[in-house]
Structures are given as C-alpha cells and as structure tokens.
Design a protein around this ligand. Structure first.
Ligand code: ACO
Length: 373
C-alpha cells in the first residue's frame, strides 16, 4: 500500500483538453501551443476551443460571441446582493456566494451544461467588476455588448474603453489562465460533478479551492511580497531571510513544472510593457519582481523551483487596475472555462470520485459513559 501524498502523480482521468510538459516547460490547449494562442487568438476563440475541442469557424464563433454578450447581465437579486454585502469582503467570497445564488435561481433549468457554463463565463467578469467599483464607492457600469469579453471586463472596471495594450494584456492573461489540466480547483470541481451534483455547486467548489494561497491566491500573495520588500536593493536579504525561515517564495514552484512556467514567460513580457508605460509604483514593483525572479532562481532553480503563472500575473493585474485581493477572482473568471470543460469531459463517462484513506487508528475500543471517562 502506497499513499501518494497530495495525489502527486496520480491520474484521475484521460483528457484531450490540456497537455503540460513539465520538464520542457511547454503547454498546449487541445494540441495548440499556448504561445501561438496568446499571440494570434483571443479569449472567446480559445474558450470555444477548450469547451468544444476545435477552433470555431466564423459561424460558430459568431454564435458563441453572441451568447457570451447576451449573458453578461446580472439578475437584480445579484446586483442587490453586491450593493448590500459588506465592502471589505474577499472578492473570492463574493464570487463564490454570487455563483451559489445564481445556482438557486437556475436550479429548475435543465439546459445543456455548456449553455449554463457560458452563462457563468459571461457573468464572472460582471460580478468581479461590479463589486470592485461598489467597494470603491463608485456605481456599477452596465456591460457594453459592442465590446469583446476582455475589453468589456476592463470597461466595467474603469468606466472607459481600455486602450489597445491593456485590452491585449487582459486578453492574453485570461487565455493563459483558462485551463491547466488536473490542478486543485479543477479536481475539486470534478469531485463535486462526479456525484452528479449540479454545475453551480461544482463551480463553487472550484472557486473555493482556487482561493487558497498555494493555488490561485498566490498572485495576491506575490504582490503583497513585492510591496513588503519595497525596493530592488532589499530583495537579496529578504529572500535569504525568507528561505532560512522555511517560508515560501510566493509565485514560485509548481507540482508539474520543474522548469520555468511558459505562462510566466509570456506574462513577464506584458508585465514589463505595462509597468514601463505606467511608471511610478508599478514600475518599482516590476523591478522588485525581476530581482526576486533572479535571486529566487539562483537559490531555488537547482531544486526545480521557478516562477509560475502567479508571479508576473500579479504585476499585470495590478497594472490593469485590479486591487490585489481581486487577482484570484480575475483568475477564476478565466479558469471557469477549464472547470466547465473538464466537467463536460468527465461526466460523459462518469464514475464517482471516491478514493480511500488508510486507517491507522485502533479498532474495537470499549465505549465508556461520559461520567466514567
Ligand atoms: N518557495 C520555497 N520553497 C519551495 C517553494 C517556494 N515557492 N515551493 C516549493 N518549495 C520547496 C518546499 O519547501 C519543499 O522543500 P523540502 O523538500 O525541502 O521540504 C519542496 O520545494 C517541495 O515542495 P512541495 O510543497 O512538496 O511541492 P508541491 O508540488 O506539493 O507544491 C506548490 C507545489 C504548492 C505550488 C509549491 O511550490 C508552493 O507552495 N508554491 C508557492 C505558492 C504558489 O506560488 N502557488 C501557485 C502555484 S501555480 C497555481 O496554482 C496557479
């Protein structure tokens, strides 16, 4: 009997969605290199690819875009919830609860799972952007059906149409977060789906798992770390101190990649571009991140620990105007596509996920009444 702690190296299903080459640092969605998709494609097309297994033709893409645009609006009870809920909540808690509420409303609806998935993919950015504005004391901005998914996300955050660089950076960042094989949140959502529970419950499980600092919450932690360091000159001592205290460098390390995460490579370019344009605090944070990258690789690289997706996405999200605690919720707004796709793939040949735990306690103990213990 062998216990695979953290289910490391355990395969739970066959998949045709995403392939990670952790040794060479390569990532493919449905066989297409992430580098090509980031450069030439867009969020809508890649989401279609992930959900339906092929790049859409013009007609299919039009249908998909139309559906996404129609579903951006939130029902009144969600807007009411966003307005009335406390304004110092974790955005991931807001997202989790909003999805749960949407699930109650949709519980009698027996639409196809992909159609329900499209509703969620569309509504996540509206929930996130609306709460971001309400929290700052600003009023919400209605979605604009003329804009692409990514442009509209930023538009609902800013109130203005984003410039081309920001729109492209947002789009690429969302593409890079869409899926990543059997990560913790995808597994969590599959566990729920495998019981034949509903999609909303499965997605709530995904959000809950993604929130943790060892998973999608690491982008928030990475930015906090860059701020705490304060200046590039302090990086070396900070990292040495952290490592000697057995603390982790957030945004470093990965269960599958034992080399540089290709998503981090792409995000670094956008982080640099945006930071140079923005200047000020963001540029300093970028310089700190670059130094952490260098020193971190020096000490952790030999152990196969390199920057992961969350390292530079933190700078990109911050440059795009998201408050740090919103980063995981923006991540979730892309990863929801992967959750839905894996659920669709798994339940075609469903088997309830039910592993075992190895019992090492005693058995046959005699029950002792409370007053005699
Ligand atoms: N900083 C310092 N040391 C690290 C780091 C890190 N970021 N990551 C792993 N290590 C060390 C561990 O201390 C451990 O050392 P030891 O063997 O001497 O005890 C060794 O590397 C193996 O670490 P595990 O936690 O066993 O590796 P695992 O595959 O279980 O964890 C994880 C992967 C959780 C991502 C880990 O690298 C980590 O905690 N990273 C920081 C948080 C982070 O960035 N998470 C985002 C990951 S990407 C994503 O989920 C979207």
């Amino acid at each position: 009997m062998e216990i695979k702690k953290g289910l490391e190296d355990v395969y739970v299903k066959e998949t045709e969605i995403t392939y990670i080459d952790g040794e060479l640092g390569r990532l493919y969605y449905r066989g297409y290199s992430i580098y090509d998709l980031a450069e030439f494609s867009n969020f809508e097309e890649v989401s279609y690819l992930i959900l339906y297994g092929k790049l859409p033709n013009r007609e299919e893409l039009n249908w998909f875009q139309e559906k996404l645009r129609e579903e951006r609006y939130l029902p009144d009870f969600i807007i009411k919830f966003l307005r009335e809920v406390r304004k110092d909540a974790q955005p991931m808690d807001i997202l989790r609860t909003a999805v749960s509420l949407l699930g109650i409303e949709d519980s009698k609806n027996d639409e196809r799972i992909d159609i329900k998935g499209i509703k969620l993919i569309s509504k996540f950015p509206t929930i996130v952007a609306n709460y971001a504005r309400l929290r700052k004391g600003l009023d919400i901005i209605e979605p604009d059906p003329k804009l692409s998914h990514s442009e509209n996300f930023l538009y609902m955050l800013y109130g203005d149409r984003p410039n081309e660089i920001k729109s492209k950076a947002m789009d690429v960042t969302l593409i890079l977060h869409i899926d990543h094989e059997m990560n913790a949140s995808t597994f969590a959502s599959l566990v729920v789906a495998s019981t034949l529970s509903d999609l909303y419950s499965s997605i709530v499980a995904g959000i809950s798992a993604l929130k943790g600092p060892l998973h999608g919450g690491a982008n928030y932690e990475a930015l906090k770390m860059f701020k705490e360091i304060g200046s590039p000159e302090k990086v070396n001592d900070y990292i040495l101190n952290r490592l000697s205290n057995k603390q982790r460098i957030m945004g470093f390390g990965h269960r599958v990649y034992k080399t540089y995460d290709p998503r981090a490579r792409i995000l670094k370019q956008y982080a640099k571009l945006l930071a140079e344009k923005e200047g000020g605090e963001i540029y300093t944070l970028y310089q700190i991140a670059e130094k952490v990258e260098e020193i971190g690789i020096k000490y952790l690289g030999p152990k196969g620990i390199y920057p992961n997706v969350d390292f530079f996405s933190s700078i990109v999200f911050y440059s795009l105007g998201f408050e740090p605690d919103f980063f995981p919720a923006v991540f979730a707004s892309a990863r929801v596509v992967g959750w839905v796709a894996h659920i669709m793939e798994y339940i075609k040949d469903n088997k309830i996920i039910r592993p075992k735990a190895y019992y090492k306690g005693e058995i046959g103990k005699k029950y002792i009444p409370i007053d005699s213990r």
